[in-house]
Design a protein around this ligand. Sequence first.
Ligand code: CBF
Length: 833
Amino acid sequence: MDGFLKNDPISLQKDILYHVEYTVARSRFSFDDFEAYQALAHSVRDRLIERSHDTQLYFKRKDPKRAYFLSLEFLMGRSLSNSVINLGIRDQYADALSQLGFEFEVLAEQEGDAALGNGGLARLSACQMDSMATLDYPAWGYGLRYQYGLFRQVILDGFQHEQPDFWLNFGNPWETERVHVTYPVKFYGTVEEEILNGQKCNAWNPGEVVEAVAYDNPIPGYGTRNTITLRLWAGKPSDQRDMEAFNTGDYINAVVSRQKAENISSVLYPDDRSYQGKELRLKQQYFFVSASMQDIIRRFKDAHSNFDEFPEKVALQLNDTHPSLAIVEVMRVLVDEEHLDWNKAWDIVCKLFSFTIHAVIAEGLEKIPVDLLGSLLPRHLQIIYDINFNFVEELKKRIGLDYDRLSRMSIVEEAAVKSIRMANLSVVCSHTVNGVSKVHSELLRTKLFKDFYELWPEKFQCKTNGVTQRRWIVVSNPSLCALLSKWLGTEAWIRNVDLLTGLREYAEDADLQQEWMMVKKVNKMRLAEYIEAMSGVKVSLDAMFDVQTKRIHEYKRQLLNILGIIHRYDCIKNMDKSQRSKVVPRVCIIGGKAAPGYEVAKKIIKLCNAVAEKINNDTDVGDLLKLVFIPDYNVSLAEVVIPGADLSQHLSTAGHEASGTGSMKFLMNGCLLLATEDGSTVEIIEEIGGRESGKCYLRDNSLRICFLQFLFGAKIHEVPELREKGPAHKLPLQCARVLGLIRDGHFGFEDYFQSLCDSVEGDDFYLLCSDFGSYLEAQAAADKAFADPKKWTQMSILSTAGSGRFSSDRTIRDYAEKSWGIEPCRFPSEFDG
Ligand code: CBF
């Protein structure tokens, strides 16, 4: 049965007006855009709820093995457009609204972003949820419902300032609070041995109990009725514990401590690389893990009574080490609460977990000081020690008394601050350990987890990341979407993205090229309008739109980009009129947030803005060069920026980016990449630069211009030697000149920028100096290619045509088949004819 709600424009209009009147509580004869958006969102939500009920009932009836995706971060962005597109009723809504005097696009702009995550890892989770739903997998997402998402970045006088993002201010029409789905989560206290039925067991008497309340967010699949759930937990005071305080008359303290409970889920940590040793962070991790495990076990127990069947019905995915306490929590529940024998519980636990790590270097791995863990979760620390003891004993049998290796592999680090190595815990207890690109997976095997790989080679897998074409083409680039469907003769590519390769045969077709250029122009106009409205800078649509948008990090080398822009500016300034007439005009766009405590990254933002100020006001340069910093880069801005880009830059020092997913979004939108051979770029080259799409030719060792990308810089294996040699010998003249301009105050703030210049001329850890020459050559090659619009357009078409491999549909199928052991479970519906 297809549900009660009808989707013809008249029914939709009635629903919207109903929600205006009764949900938003405004008169149906008088409401503004925001109120119309709220009513619209509620009417879409009704349809999502209906489908989500159908899906859950169907799953319950079929009782398939389910996958649970545990992640502390989900960067969902906006929901409206994505939902109506996946439900297949966008046009019907647009019609209904226009008859009410509203425009769908205008209302869509009213929605704020759900920014419950930092960057790549968090947006990946969102893309993967979309793929799990679309591919009909019986899956759930679990995370935290932060009240404050990622901070808002405000640029004042060129400097980054952070403002809280209280995204729930105007309510969140997409979620449903499940007042009946709540679980107590325990903290602190003591552990006592008890005898129960003649057996010794451990009882944890907590010092604090916080209630976790579920908020469900529906995730609709495309071309299916399946709608899965992202369940986010919020902290609420627990009545159990507070009764005593109220009874003893300590009313004020009781209320204050109730408030503390809500703090657990109040704020997202805004650093995308390190979270060491913070009590609140640990509390957040355990809070979300404990609530999720209680929920998952409750669902299992509804239909099963024997825990031997648990691994046949449950697959648990750890998105990085952040949810790794789930391992210990399941052990605790099985042993202490379900009273399973330790070995039996351990056997079950080892069949449950698949672990994906996103870090590249050992210093980035999460460690929790034993003191902190022992005080917050005393029973968990005991369990970790027991797991480690058994593991090390087994290890000794396998490798003998190699103490160096034993201590490297131990879950407990015996250093100045004794700590638990969460990555080691996850590797020991998971059946699968995944890297996020080929290069990264190799790095895991040969460096980060070498010792473990030698012990358990079969555990290690590569699951190259992907992004969803639904969000990154269909939602964000409707003109390209229409063009693709027209030339491929079908919309089927939206679910089966491999069909995009069909474009290859038309890449030289003059008509397609013409239409392709028009689509790019439309998107460039949209971006140009945004830039002008935001910064007052007018940009020429004939210029190459060159974009680098991502978190600001030294290893991502936005500084290299800025040095390159200064070099370009300096060259233009020194040209005569006839030379200037040959310059390919550029609009350089940089955007991204720096972690609030990351001073160097903040300096890079200031330098970018200082250089922009100078260049954009230089009438000598005019339209030949513009530089724009986009403040507060987020998912909805990415939806405007990415389709409008001609070229995108991915400049990480080789060996530092685990994968990178921005490049995949640009690729889908027909952008050419200027990149180092790092992370997933290597696979992009394999797919686009080589094989049938075109020839890959190498000009020399430092500059590698593949057919569709402009590659440069040291390769991964060259990096250690270059670092060893040191910077002194390799400071190219051009680089020295650019640094000199900054040091001499051409862009103001010379004292403030000295340390940035020192870092390049000093130890140059990120190899800006040594890569500078080849970077400029790659830039020159991009200019040359852009000067030939036909060639460029052909390259652009081939980029989109080859982007199918980088869809999260492929990644999720890989996970389902090779790690989770789950199968699609599709609700039979109107989509099946
Ligand atoms: O795997 C998703 C992304 O994760 C990171 O953002 C992360 O570890 N937080 C990596 O830095 C990216 O390379 C990766 O694409």
